[in-house]
Design a protein around this ligand. Sequence first.
Ligand code: NAD
Length: 293
Amino acid sequence: MVATIIDGIKIAAEIRAEAKVEVDALKAQGIEPCLAVIFVGESPASKVYVDSKVRACEEVGIKSVKKTANTDIKQEALLALVDQFNDDENVHGILVQLPLPHHIDKNAIIERIDPAKDVDGFHPVNAGKLMIGLDCLAPCTPAGIPELITRSGYSTEHKKVVIIGRSNIVGKPLMNILVQKGPKANCTVTCCHSGTEHLEKYTREADILIAAIGVPEFVTQGMVKEGSVVIDVGINRVDDLEHSRAYRLVGDVAYDEVKEIAGAITPVPGGVGPMTVAMLMKNTVKAARMINR
Ligand code: NAD
């Protein structure tokens, strides 16, 4: 069996197109959705992410406001910047690009964002609502995963899902999304992590296996059940002198060997990555709608 390749670029474009329809409807009511992005420092990787978010906003008609701060910005000044956007009624979404410099308390910044504008879905209010199944702004990367699976023609209903990784950004929220009763969820979820013994025992049982580890090509063929859906969240740079940038991107799954036995698989790049930005557009539209309700 050779796996079907799940096309994250195509599905993300569909989602951005849906967001654009919603943006146009809001504009017709006199509401211009607006995302504020706060970028601290000069990390080239973060700059690429921020630029792609701003570009996506332009494409779907969301206004974006970008504030760049120097790496040595004081925590109080960063909190004041968040407050400024919290108080601005023309701003509907606030995103602080992570990671932040070490002297900044990341949690204090996240907790300062008005939960109604927390389009990254990292605020404890949104994390709590997600866990108890209330409507909320869910983190973009995990929220995109059931979309990728179901829009490719696979069901999540009654499936055994194994997630590798328990981060607050991917693993834990994904667990809370997929365990809920309802469409695009209703799974039996196992969350494995660095403390899991005999990991393969779990992964080999998975109908849907999701890797969010941050270790290049960690998931090998022997860890995967034949015919399963494999979702690779990882984005890792590995040295490659043959490449013009001297590195290439690989996922957490050994793609070439796993695609030989999986039923479906996401590539890296071109799988989960584009969905994150598309879901951010959806969240910004949702925040604008909820704030103006
Ligand atoms: P993280 O470092 O916060 O978490 C990694 C998790 O992997 C941890 O919970 C840890 O318990 C688990 N882990 C580590 N080693 C393990 C092992 N040997 N066995 C089992 N579990 C192990 O990382 P994260 O923020 O969740 O990101 C994970 C990966 O996903 C990274 O490659 C990151 O770049 C990528 N990512 C991609 C997107 C996207 O938009 N596609 C978004 C967020 C993160």
